[in-house]
Design a protein around this ligand. Sequence first.
Ligand code: NAD
Length: 416
Amino acid sequence: MAGDLLAAAARQLEEPLRLFPLPADTIEILKAPESAHGFSIPVRMDDGSLRVFQGYRVKYNRLLGPAKGGIRFHPKVSLDEVSSLAFWMTFKCAVVDVPYGGGKGGVAVDTKQLSRLELERLSRGYINACAHLIGPDNDIPAPDMYTNETVMGWMIDQYNIITRIQQPAAITGKPLALGGTRGRTEATGRGGFHVLEALLERVQLKRESTRVAVQGFGNVARYFAALCHEAGYRVVAVSDSRGGLYRPDGLDIPALLQAEDWRSGAGEGSREVSNAELLACDADVLAPAAMEGQIHAGNAASIQARTVVELANGPVTPEADAFLAGRGTTVVPDILANAGGVTVSYFEWVQNRQGFYWPLELVRQRLEEIMMRSTREVVRRADKYACTLRTAAYVAALERLNAAVEARGTQTFFRR
Ligand code: NAD
């Protein structure tokens, strides 16, 4: 049985399937994860005690290639959440046409309460518990919330120790020294920036007069905000879990990035805002880049921005999405807007398998090509079916997933 989060994610298929009906076989295959594992991770704490953490790894499906998806360390992680994130990865990989299926992993943990050594033991423990489930041709983890390249470094090291083979392609988002790619850390924010650029004319905006509010100031948000600032947009708000800063004339993003505590980099004229105020602030573009469910039935009416770029996964609930669509707000769906990360993860995997590493400029150029092309393909379907960008993105993904089911000879092949 699907949990609430997976059921909500799957509801996003209803409209695309109405416009682009699929054979029953394909729908059956897409309804549930291929496999979902939960496991205990015993970790020796610094004080000598033993704590057991709950970990998960879900392969949603591998129709287009090995499963691909990050590992999240967060207190709210559950099998339902990980499954819904793996569902999105399936469609995200298909939208940008990288040869992967969807996967995801996580551990229910508050990393702020762990020492660095405890975090390392937990990261290695995660791989001890699921090494048999992953691999370069099977399921390829990467970073997600509260995991980063250091964590991926511990994880790939542990994977190599267990398998006794050097297999850098088993995990992406690694440090450069362990086979990481140039440009991975910035990739999701950069990809979101290219998507916004590709849609600018469609949403009738001009860079210099566009005010952008960003929820979050983590990895994705920082690069997105920095690129927007550099390109001439006015980034009027950013935030973290403690709240945000708002400045109607635009924040000095480089100053915030340079400051040890980003808040102390705020210039004159900026004021503190709560996350609720940030979401409702007077801006043209709102980019939620923190976590899911932030724009919901209870606050959708307060959103002033006419364009919402979903940099986080699932930041707009289906109810809020329907409300915003009805009001004419353009929502750029997560499976397109934040697909830059998985795209550069794909580049990392390709480089690992070739043993030949690309310069940063080549990574950036290829990322831009894929994000621009994918956005054009989504827009083409939105025009063809007169539908939202989200529905169009799902249609694009469904077309590719269905082609992979068909090509396996399970449907029309037998009816001929
Ligand atoms: P991160 O941990 O670096 O940053 C998360 C940010 O959100 C932090 O600034 C945190 O303070 C803030 N935050 C947490 N709870 C909040 C709340 N209730 N209100 C406001 N802000 C809050 O994570 P990230 O890698 O930047 O990921 C952000 C989102 O983007 C997640 O939804 C993640 O799944 C998604 N995403 C990340 C990547 C990637 O490559 N890192 C790729 C695709 C999607």
